[in-house]
Design a protein. Structure first.
Length: 423
């Protein structure tokens, strides 16, 4: 043991003015040899914090090595010490995230299974769902194991209700999304109906809460339309229109309730029919907020934005010269592009919207213009494309508090989807 190094490390930890995270990690590494029980937990937490640094953003392999070191630092501790204050689950969660980032998804899912087993063993000590269940459900959804994911999300909802606390709306949306993907439409609608009832009761005078209800109603309408239940879909849209009419005359704070993130979550889900992943290819856990997606899934979804933008630019002149052949494909590409832009903007907005409107409006305007051209061609998909583009723009306007513009678009959308274009 190097006693000088040990003394230097202890002195360094006392010097708060010089102690940055890198020095803190180095000091704990030195002191780990002296007292693993005291410094192992501190080193593990510091290593996990290091993985979040901007300097390592593009270095997933290095981040993985740090989480492996964090687990090693805990290896010599008693089970009680490793579990105290949720330390081991915290480190394991970071480890599975970095395993996903480097493409080692089967190992990551195994870690999530371990986290769930630990959560179930401790279930009697806490209310609500067992620890690790949400991560397990998300992992199953990303692997396209839809029925299993739905059953896991359903367990979360049941546990929340048993504990007499409101379930997370995103969990209910994810539950409905997985039931739909598993072919259980009635189960999906049942989940949404319960959520809508709760959001109606909680909306009160708050524009942010009313906006969330609006997004859920329009999502429910899309689901009903897609499965041939036009009458029920029209009723959901009419209720949404009434809400937006009320919002257009309100003067309250349009933000709060993380409504922009909720909008982005449902926007991503609405784009699922246009995505065609290969069997076994990881996909977003649709219905869950983008900030909860695994790093590789989120990065792939975001990276496709550049390639889709290039495809749109390449298709624009082709659709101008031969719209019958290329315009429908251009409409689809443009929507896939705006979904990714909206997900990025909404996920980063939190409770505010910042520059969302300036960034997104050109994409949504182009989508509406392209859909109008498709509608004017009497293309079979034109009415639905125009209704969808107008609804998309209406919800985007709602997310940034521009209710008058949102109302104008939503009033046009049902008519656009219901009647053929005139030449």
């Amino acid at each position: 043991m190097d006693h000088d190094a040990v003394l230097h490390a202890k002195v360094l930890l006392l010097d708060v003015h010089r102690l940055d995270l890198a020095r803190e990690v180095q000091a704990y590494r030195t002191l780990l040899e002296v007292n693993p029980a005291a410094y192992g937990p501190k080193l593990a937490r510091a290593l996990v914090r290091t993985t979040h640094g901007a300097a390592l953003r593009e270095l997933p392999g290095v981040r993985l090595e740090l989480t492996e070191e964090a687990l090693t630092a805990l290896a010599g501790l008693s089970e009680a010490d490793r579990l105290r204050d949720g330390l081991l689950p915290h480190v394991l969660d970071a480890h599975q995230r970095e395993l996903c980032a480097v493409g080692r998804r089967p190992e990551a899912l195994a870690v999530r299974a371990r986290l769930l087993a630990m959560g179930r063993s401790a279930a009697g000590a806490q209310d609500g769902p067992p620890g690790g269940l949400a991560g397990w459900a998300d992992g199953l959804a990303e692997e396209q194991r839809h029925r299993e994911a739905a059953e896991a999300y359903a367990e979360i909802v049941r546990c929340d209700r048993t504990a007499d606390r409101p379930e997370n709306p995103a969990t209910v949306i994810a539950l409905a999304a997985q039931w739909e993907a598993a072919g259980r439409l009635d189960a999906a609608l049942d989940a949404l109906d319960v959520l809508v009832d709760r959001q109606r009761a909680e909306a009160g005078p708050w524009p942010g809460a009313m906006s969330c209800l609006l997004y859920t109603l329009l999502h429910r309408a899309r689901l009903l339309d897609a499965h041939g239940r036009a009458g029920q879909a029209a009723a959901a849209r009419a209720e949404a229109l009434g809400l937006l009419t009320h919002l257009s005359g309100s003067r309250g704070n349009p933000f709060g309730f993380r409504q922009a993130e909720y909008w982005a979550t449902l926007l991503a889900l609405s784009g699922r029919p246009d995505e065609h992943p290969a069997p076994g290819e990881p996909v977003p856990p649709y219905g869950r907020p983008p900030r909860t997606w695994s790093p590789d899934v989120r990065e792939r979804f975001r990276a496709e934005r550049a390639s889709l933008a290039a495809e749109v630019e390449a298709l624009l002149p082709l659709a101008g010269a031969d719209p019958d052949t290329h315009l429908a494909a251009l409409v689809t590409r443009q929507r896939r592009l705006l979904v990714r832009a909206g997900v990025d903007a909404g996920a980063e907005a939190g409770n505010g919207t910042g520059r969302m409107l300036d960034e997104l409006l050109p994409l949504f305007d182009r989508a509406v213009a392209l859909a109008r051209r498709l509608h004017a061609l009497d293309h079979p998909g034109g009415p639905a494309a125009l209704a969808r583009a107008l609804t998309d723009r209406a919800t985007m306007f709602t997310a940034v508090g521009q209710y008058g513009y949102a109302l104008a678009d939503l009033r046009q959308a049902p008519a656009a989807g219901a009647q053929p274009a005139a030449r």
